[in-house]
Ligand binder design. Structure first.
Ligand code: NAD
Length: 373
């Protein structure tokens, strides 16, 4: 079977890592083209590498212009790894050219971009997959399984926290200095929405602004409450400037039949996952689950190939595997299609609007709503 020709746009730290690892781990992929505005990232030794990518991936042609790359290299699949506020235009150009897309998060940066990409994806035969990393973690898959088996009942209150001090990245990626943290909500809302059957419909959000540093444009922490039509409430706190020093991601799910929580690491105490359920004999007490970041599917791949796990404990291996399977099987959609991506992304955009308006409640709209206004 012919390999899928892989291209990338955006050769920052993340893009370099994802491109080289995906091409290395999956025999189905053949890296053929790479694009960045900055050629030094291809031809010179960049952070995290022992030699330039031009040297370690000699079969790949480098481009400074994305559309030229799409037109000349004719990739089957494109990986979008540009800064967080500009993914949609690259996804849209690929879909319009019939090229499958694996996009990093968040897929869109505005309500208008969401509508534009939605319309284009409806007309395209190519697939779009969102690289929503946290949906490839072992403990998230365990939570989904408990939910699917009815052990949690109906989730009625959910929480997520993403606490990550990223000041060390301000120099290399200046866009992170002013990026509103609540917009980076995919990592947190993704797992919660994966066990919710309704979209988030209202939000109220507050922003602390800048306290920790002298940089007045910083937004240290933002916290939002979301609500669905049936009064399911989700709370999300995202902070990219703080002195917490704890692990990054925590989640709690309060269900009508059970409870799930994943607490990030605290000092010497590693991350922990707990669950209880009224539905299973002996599980009514909070019980620690022996699950971590790496999904069991990827652990099996590691037995055959020790370097198979890449991207936050093997989450990206898991997601790429499912994306490649979707393409190869001729599926009409991916495991994280655009609709799921927008469900996890648009609430953060409306939350930012709420914060700018002093926390007033905003109604959240999606491209699939039937609206006349
Ligand atoms: N899923 C995760 O866990 C995770 C982790 C880290 C970063 N990310 C995401 O990955 C993406 C990349 O992050 P990063 O830290 O590597 O950022 P970065 O700013 O270092 O890299 C982005 C690259 O895109 C290039 N670029 C911008 N506009 C371009 C254009 N028009 N044409 C070609 N190249 C262009 C820039 O020159 C830069 O090299 C971001 O969206 C970020 O949110 C996701």
């Amino acid at each position: 079977m012919e390999k899928l020709r892989l291209g990338i746009v955006g050769l920052g730290h993340r893009g370099r890592e994802m491109f080289s690892m995906a091409a290395k781990v999956f025999d189905d992929l053949e890296a053929v083209a790479a694009c960045d505005l900055n050629p030094a990232l291809w031809f010179e030794t960049a952070r995290g590498r022992s030699e330039p990518l031009a040297q370690s991936m000699p079969g790949v042609k480098f481009y400074e212009d994305y559309r030229q790359m799409l037109g000349e290299a004719k990739p089957d699949v494109v990986l979008v790894e540009t800064p967080a506020n500009c993914h949609a235009e690259f996804c849209a150009a690929a879909l319009s050219a019939g090229v499958h897309v694996y996009s990093d998060i968040p897929t869109v940066n505005s309500i208008e971009e969401a509508q534009m990409l939605w319309d284009i994806h409806l007309k395209s035969n190519a697939l779009i997959m969102t690289g929503a990393t946290t949906l490839g973690w072992g403990f998230v898959l365990a939570m989904q399984d408990f939910h699917r088996q009815g052990m949690l009942g109906k989730p009625f209150y959910l929480e997520a926290e993403y606490i990550h001090d990223i000041r060390c990245l301000w120099g290399e990626t200046p866009w992170r200095k002013t990026y509103l943290p609540i917009r980076y909500c995919t990592h947190s809302l993704g797992p919660l929405l994966s066990i919710m059957d309704e979209d988030l419909r209202e939000v109220s959000c507050l922003n602390t602004g800048s306290h920790v540093t002298d940089f007045k444009g910083a937004n240290d922490l933002m916290t939002a409450h979301f609500r669905t039509k049936s009064d399911v409430v989700a709370r999300l706190t995202v902070s990219f400037v703080n002195n917490a020093g704890c692990g990054c991601h925590s989640y709690r799910v309060f269900g009508t039949e059970g409870y799930f929580e994943h607490l990030s690491a605290r000092g010497a105490q590693g991350e922990k996952t707990f669950v209880n359920s009224n539905k299973l004999c002996g599980m009514d007490k909070l019980t620690e689950l022996p699950v971590g970041f790496t999904p069991s599917e990827v652990e099996k791949m590691q037995q055959a190939s020790p370097h198979a796990a890449f991207g936050h404990g093997g989450a990206e291996t898991y997601l790429w595997n499912s994306f490649i399977r979707a393409i190869r099987s001729g599926a009409k959609t991916t495991s994280i299609p655009l609709k799921e991506s927008l469900r996890m992304t648009l609430p953060g955009i409306y939350a930012a609007e709420s914060a700018a308006d002093g926390g007033n409640i905003k109604t959240i709209h999606y491209p699939w709503d039937n609206r006349t206004t």
